[in-house]
Ligand binder design. Structure first.
Ligand code: BDR
Ligand code: CA
Length: 323
């Protein structure tokens, strides 16, 4: 029996999104995973830009053009601005000119929520959604087609901040704070959401030395050059915006979702109920986890609160050598 996970990646590239995609593709290369669709989201940069960025990176990685690429549903009421100041205006550190041209057309591309509905309906219980962006697309699919998210095998989300401060406001993490109402819909859609929050992703610092290690065998390969240049850019902006406590490197937040699926021994999760603050003047977009020791019948999530960051990064580096 073929047990390779079939995956929809919902993403808003984004430097760390790109590293999550690189990791996923390295697992595809090892015949350990299958990407059935990529859906792009408005978030780190505008929907049109995340779409173009994903398309170009797919070209760089030699991903089959038959893999559907969805364009992001537009969020009607924006809570916060984008994160181009960290990721670059093109979502990839100004490197878009160095990659193959976008192979998909935004105008005629299917909407991300439609892609999600189509894929889940065609393969109920078989597809894992890895969501590493604001949850607008997933929520739109659920609103259009109530119950559709229950048809996913599993939903794995990078988002939230429970016992640490937020990264876009004092209390909110970007993916939840960008569209808290969408997050609320997704967290109410099922009882087994897997959450990789800032509590653990703040420890995933990828350094230029690690980039040298993973590219040293094939320094002239186009992927190696891209990895080195993107690492350099992300490291610079991360230092300016003090994302890494002054350490030389950047946070590969979104890659934590791939670790959960393929290296779960690097994470410790707690069962509990996650709720999103929708009203607070200072707390809108904050995530709360009730993990008191009561019977867990009301719980909706598994939340990672501890990480073996050294081993997670070691797995990441070794896998990326397969690209
Ligand atoms: C999340 O926000 C985005 O800027 C990153 O890509 C990641 O998905 C981290 O808070
Ligand atoms: Ca992201």
């Amino acid at each position: 029996m073929n047990k390779k996970p079939k995956i929809i990646l919902d993403t808003d590239p984004g430097g760390d999104d790109i590293f999550a995609l690189l990791w996923l593709q390295s697992l595809v290369r090892q015949n350990l995973a299958e990407i059935v669709a990529i859906t792009t989201a408005q978030g780190n940069v505008e929907a049109e830009v995340t779409f173009a960025c994903a398309s170009q990176v797919m070209g760089l990685l030699g991903l089959e053009s038959s893999i559907p690429l969805g364009k992001g549903v537009i969020c009607q009421q924006l809570e916060i601005g984008d994160a181009a100041y960290i990721h670059g205006n093109d979502g990839m550190g100004g490197l878009s000119g160095t990659l193959p041209k976008s192979q998909h057309n935004f105008e005629i591309a299917p909407a991300a929520d439609e892609v999600i509905i189509e894929q889940l309906s065609a393969s109920p219980g078989q597809i894992t959604i890895i969501a590493i962006a604001p949850l607008t697309n997933l929520a739109a699919a659920e609103e259009k087609c109530p119950g559709i998210l229950k048809l996913a095998k599993e939903i794995i989300i990078m988002g939230g901040a429970f016992q640490v401060p937020g990264n876009v406001t004092a209390n909110a993490e970007f993916n939840i704070g960008f569209n808290p109402e969408a997050a609320e819909i997704v967290f109410q859609s099922r009882t087994d959401i897997v959450v990789l929050p800032l509590d653990i992703t703040n420890k995933l610092i990828f350094t230029p030395e690690m980039a040298v290690e993973l590219t040293k065998e094939q320094q002239n390969h186009s992927i190696s050059k891209f990895v080195m240049a993107l690492t350099e850019f992300m490291t610079k902006t991360s230092l300016v915006y003090r994302q890494t406590e002054g350490k030389n490197g950047f946070l590969i937040h979104d890659a934590a979702t791939i670790a959960y699926l393929f290296y779960p021994e690097t994470l410790l999760l707690q069962r509990g109920n996650v709720e999103i603050e929708l009203n607070g003047k200072l707390t809108k977009g904050q995530t709360f986890l009730d993990h008191r020791h009561f019977p867990k019948s009301q719980s909706n999530s598994w939340v990672a609160l501890e990480v073996d960051n050294y081993n997670l990064l070691a797995c990441f580096i070794e896998d990326l050598k397969h690209l």
